[in-house]
Design a protein around this ligand. Structure first.
Ligand SMILES: O=C(CO)COP(=O)(O)O
Length: 135
């Protein structure tokens, strides 16, 4: 599965801890991240991650483009709901595209915990079946 990992600045430590705790699950998948989030996770875990631009410089939009092309299976995005983001329109657009394409989107640690166990169990296999059928 293709999995995107994104965290706003005040949530980056949470994301790093999450990635360390679930490295054994994440390492079985193809990982993508916005620039700074990806760097921090790679430094802490050694996981291989394809990094896009930093969020404020277009990284959210690049991940959105992957969703629009049916190339992203899950998005884990630890948002900071208490800090205004200069690129809020990009954040909203990314979340909107997840809804347009029914891509699972976890926006906090609570939902991410459920998602990662689903990923471990293979709950998203239906997506690869759909892709094989060219849908
Ligand atoms: O701002 C972000 C998501 O909206 C995250 O970007 P960085 O991972 O580059 O900090």
């Amino acid at each position: 599965m293709n999995v995107a990992l994104i965290a706003h600045d005040k949530k980056k430590n949470d994301m790093v801890q999450f990635a360390v705790a679930y490295k054994y699950v994440l390492q079985k998948h193809t990982l993508f991240a916005t620039g700074t989030t990806g760097t921090k996770i790679m430094e802490a875990t050694g996981l291989k991650i394809q990094r896009f631009q930093s969020g404020p410089l277009g990284g959210d939009q690049e991940i959105g483009a992957m969703i629009a092309q049916n190339n992203m299976d899950m998005v884990i995005f630890f948002r900071d709901p208490l800090t205004a983001q200069p690129h809020e329109p990009d954040v909203s657009a990314l979340m909107r595209l997840c809804d347009v394409y029914a891509i699972p989107l976890a926006t906090n640690m609570g939902s991410a915990e459920l998602f990662i166990h689903g990923l471990e169990r293979g709950d998203l296999k239906w997506r690869s079946i759909l892709k094989q059928q060219g849908e």
